[in-house]
Design a protein. Structure first.
Length: 87
């Protein structure tokens, strides 16, 4: 119980800290970059789910593992994806 609570608090602190560091000018500039936006959308909603599907079929994963991988590769990234891109 205490470990679970500590994990939740640490996760909250991480996500809050990441969102508190957003530079609004940089965000607006990125939103105006059409090429970057289209590339991100294509990769996130096209290529990544396709690669997940190919891995599931190639490795012949069981239903549980296959569905899990497909969900992860088909879901848009959260705050952690921003951390990976900007560091």
């Amino acid at each position: 119980m205490i470990i679970e609570l500590a994990g939740q608090l640490l996760l909250f602190a991480l996500v809050f800290g990441m969102s508190a560091t957003v530079d609004m000018k940089a965000l607006v500039a990125q939103m105006k970059n059409k090429k970057a936006m289209l590339t991100g959308i294509l990769l996130q909603f096209g290529i990544l789910p396709l690669l997940g599907f190919i891995v599931v079929k190639t490795l012949e994963l069981n239903e549980t593992m296959g569905i899990t991988l497909l969900v992860v590769t088909s879901s848009p990234g959260g705050s952690y994806s921003n951390w990976c891109v900007h560091t």
